[in-house]
Ligand binder design. Structure first.
Ligand code: PFF
Length: 465
């Protein structure tokens, strides 16, 4: 087994490994996208399907990424070049790095909106001054949101600031940047989540929201919901783009891959479900429909915060501010990992320093992100294949590159890589006994690729089912 190359940098501790990987996983996907999908997909029924996909499909892909990354100790493209020189497997790495640029670009637009809402809630503007309590309807927040996102400049400025924050962390390297800030931000994020759950469960009428989350309504489960659940599982665990290939290339030879993957899956799922426990009891307690779509956190919730503020000003103020700070922290720990996919590739492939590579990535994503942002405003009419840039990037990454990348990685590890190398990675050169080795290999070789393939084909050709 490769012992690593210290010049590339490495994580300094097992805690750092878990917090950085969990930081990548926990993001807008958990707090923004997950509750939206749960609202659409029949509450608990969606959650059950989602949990199945995490365990059977996304977790095996995560393990494959860990195996590839740690044995090659290279960026997402370099890893395939090293492990399968001259073979077409490199396509998985190329798709990952391209996906990294696209995902960081559209993700940072939403993160920029979050930054704007964080500042607004800190200034007390979201919670409304008390006089607005009776006057401000959800329409007003909807209109305010639309005015903001369609502005040609403002969202781009927030996007740029957010990308700069991401850049500053990545440019500092693995231990002094990514690991250090993950160790700082992740515990803070977990504390805020717990505080908000306590707040929201004590709201009057919160029980209805809890019931919605826990009672499966199978009548809402359509093929679309099933597809959505797989996309969500992949997006939420950051798998399929080589992000975790890149991170695991900095793992030490003592890092326990199976254990780390389990921990990351548990933390990520816990945060997603807890976000549901923050959002639904609050939303139900003020009597608003839960299936508000992506506007949930930028339209519905400000409305809720406003109502809360009218009744309990301090609680309303603190709740809103903590919520957006939480969202911002989550977005940042994830965007750092997307940035790292591209920065690691550029710095290693073109032999440039990390800082220069990071600057190149930031500038490219600023440009692409601006395209995405403009697609909500002046460029609304500009479409490619019938989609604006934001939707196009989102579709390409979540519906295409992630499942295809995940499929290729399970096939690569399950069928191409030498079985002994795979077992050496999972057992740390036989230092550990992994009792679940057989079932894990069955998941990697059979269950995950077949499952992903069936669902992926259904996404591309909806008539298949
Ligand atoms: N897992 C992140 C989230 O849930 O917000 C999103 C993400 C991070 C996707 C890193 C892809 C990636 F490479």
């Amino acid at each position: 087994m490769d012992t690593g190359n210290s010049a590339r940098g490495s994580f300094g501790s097992q805690l750092g490994v878990i917090l950085a990987s969990a930081g990548s996983a926990v993001g807008l996907g958990n707090i923004w996208r997950f509750p939206t999908e749960v609202g659409r997909g029949g509450g608990a029924a969606f959650i059950l399907i989602y949990l199945g996909f995490i365990l059977l499909l996304a977790m095996p892909v995560m393990l494959c990424e860990f195996i590839i990354g740690r044995s090659a100790r290279s960026n997402a493209i370099g890893a395939f070049q090293k492990l399968a020189p001259g073979k077409p497997w490199i396509a998985a790495g190329i798709m990952g790095v391209l996906g990294g640029f696209l995902v960081l670009s559209f993700y940072s637009v939403v993160a920029g909106w979050t930054l704007h809402y964080t500042i607004q809630s800190a200034l007390g503007q979201l919670q409304g001054q008390c006089s607005m309590f009776n006057g401000q309807s959800s329409m007003d927040f909807g209109a305010a949101f639309n005015v903001f996102v369609s502005d040609p400049w403002q969202p781009i400025i927030y996007l740029a600031v957010f990308l700069l924050l991401t850049h500053l962390v990545v440019a500092r390297g693995i231990q002094h940047g990514i690991e250090r800030y993950s160790k700082l931000m992740m515990p803070l994020l977990l504390v805020i989540i717990l505080l908000l759950v306590c707040f929201s469960l004590t709201m009057p009428g919160a029980a209805e929201g809890v019931r919605f989350l826990l009672q499966p309504d199978l009548s809402e489960v359509t093929p679309d919901v099933v597809l959505g659940a797989m996309g969500q599982a992949f997006f939420s665990l950051s798998v399929g783009l080589g992000c975790l290939v890149t991170y695991s290339s900095y793992f030490s030879k003592e890092t326990r891959l199976v254990n780390s993957a389990m921990n990351v899956c548990i933390i990520d799922t816990m945060v997603a479900v807890l976000s549901g426990f923050i959002i639904f009891p609050t939303v139900f307690s003020v009597g608003i429909a839960p299936d508000a779509g992506p506007g949930l956190v930028f339209i519905t919730l400000p409305n809720v915060f406003n109502l809360m503020f009218g009744e309990m000003p301090v609680v309303g103020y603190v709740f809103a501010l903590l919520f957006y700070v939480l969202l911002l922290l989550a977005a940042l720990t994830s965007s750092i990992s997307m940035h790292e996919i591209c920065t690691a590739f550029i710095s290693e492939h073109f032999q440039t320093g990390r800082r220069r590579a990071a600057t190149i990535v930031t500038l490219i994503c600023l440009l692409l992100g601006a395209f995405c942002s403009l697609s909500f405003g002046p460029w609304q009419e500009v479409t490619v294949f019938g989609k604006g840039f934001f939707d196009l990037f989102d579709f390409t990454v979540t519906k295409f590159l992630m499942p295809l990348g995940g499929l290729l990685m399970t096939l690569f590890v399950g069928w191409y890589l030498d079985r002994r190398l795979v077992e050496q990675q999972l057992t740390n050169d036989e230092a550990l006994s992994v009792r679940t080795m057989r079932p894990l290999l069955v998941l990697i070789r059979w269950v995950a690729p077949i499952g992903i393939l069936v669902i992926f084909l259904n996404e591309l050709f909806p008539l298949f089912i």
